[in-house]
Design a protein around this ligand. Sequence first.
Ligand code: ZN
Length: 657
Amino acid sequence: MGAMITGLAACGGGKKQELAGDFRWIIDTFDDIRILRYQVPGFEELPLDQKLFIYYMGEAALAGRDILFDQNCYVNLAVRRTLEDIYLHADADRTTAEWDEFEKYLKKVWFGNGIHHHHSGDKFVPGFSEEYFNTLVGDNIVEAHVRRAIFDPAYLPLRVNQAAGVDVLLESAMNYYCNVSQREAEDFYAQMSDPRDLTPPSWGLNSQLVKENGRLFERVWRVGGMYSPAIERIIGWLEKAAAVATPAQRAQLASLISYYRSGDLREFDRFSILWVEDTESNTDFINGFIETYGDPLGYKASWEAIVNFKNVEATQRTAIISDNAQWFEDNSPIDDRFKKDEVRGVSAKVITATMLGGDLYPATAIGINLPNADWIRRDHGSKSVTIQNITDAYAEAARGDGFNEEFVLRKEDRERINTWGRLAGNLLTDMHECLGHGSGQLAPGVRGDELRQYGAVLEEVRADLFALYFIADPKMKELGLIPTLDVAKAAYARYMMNGYMTQLVRIQPGKNVEQAHMRNRKLIAEWIFARGAADGVVERVVENGRTYIVVNDFERLRGMFGELLHEVQRIKSEGDFEAGQQLVERYAIQVDPVLHAEVLERYARLGIQPYQGFVNPEYHLVMENGEIVDVEIRYTESYVEQMLRYSRDYSFLPTVN
Ligand code: ZN
């Protein structure tokens, strides 16, 4: 539910802190990756206790880094440490092409938090030979499975394999299950769920499921359990943060610490309720096992963290949206049976990120909506954020990169996108998170996990469609959120082009679309095309050998978004697995190889890397006479320096967990 990355270069609102004029937004590029730096405007003006809260929670956000590496694949920590050891100590000529390839591979492992691509889940292919690797290793011993992980393409090829008909656990390299088949895991958790429990814990969320000697059991991620050394460090920083926190945050941290100690998922729910109900504290955080995208069955959560404070000025925009949540729900184009009578506690704010960690680093979401537990959302509401200093960084980095000139055919569309694209992007994110995920309800007797491996994609589809449908509603003008419906036209033109065509740049030739948010966008765009192309609502135009996607009838396109939302909500509310599977398998996955090759070629000519991630700023305590008097923020580290420092200072887990 959390992560949502629109295809729009989103930005807008908020005052920018004046940094030295030579601030560089793009600080490194390699392979298909671009590393950006983000700014933290307003940090200097915060009171000291808030700066300290941000500092301590920032340390807690870094202390869990190893957990994610191990969750992604059991061999990741061993591979990372082997490569870093070579990088730091090998007696090698560092000016050769093979060394460059070695360095690039290590940069990719850092970026992917392991040996698989962060987005596609495909294993990286090293651009250097095993013979060359041997010269770097010298007399040091490298274990056979580490070698195989790097050099044998058939070993652990895909982090998450969701192909229809395969055992999605046994065929995936992720480390959430050990020797467990899909059937065994599904039975194990089906037995745990009690349909009479109206407030069920998220069973399986914080553990590895293992089969040993024919017996299934969970290794829980808690103090004294799996990942204990990292969790103990996290707790240490949470305790320090509690000392400078608001009373509401102190209660949250006490509960979170208790949960990290016991592993009790009901305690995690108590924490989540305290957290979602705190809309007053200026600083905020996520720290824990949150999102389940990395588990093909959707039970187990990757560890992630973010620390942030409120962007007060831009939050006025999201406040209008959340204050009118009931209106949107009542006017949603879905079956009345599936509408919420009372939308509860949808709070929304625009935030400034100060530290990204775990599964939000280096690649991050730009919008997050939590908690994920359906019953907490039903009874206590949800908290939704748009991370505007991150969307600002994207927009700054994209300035003048030639993308619109290359891919947008019509002048009027280009002009609308140039003028309104940033606002449109931020609004789509706001509405996706704050309204979309929070909307609708399940039919009686539906548990919510019936859609299995298609659930995550369809949930993103639902949230995107909600945002797309309403961004063109006259109500948006009435509320003062958009000055003109041109904002919606910019959003529609960009969305259709991205979903149908330009997002394919993120896929390797011959591969299909795997990632949930990309599948979501593809599903929507392809479904629209399948129905709307014959009527001329949307059109695929070829000019001078270039393919363009254009929208001819914005009004009818809006109607079609509403139609699809109606059906996807029905599928979710009724738990209609067959219909959900059909939509995803038919529209969301298969790539047209000819169009794909064209997009890759046009992108390559522009020289834009399709994926972006971030380095964090560095924070330093300023001491005077043994007292902390300030926290200083700096923007100096390179990508490599930061990764090596994190591996040196925040690596607390053994190689085998
Ligand atoms: Zn989402």
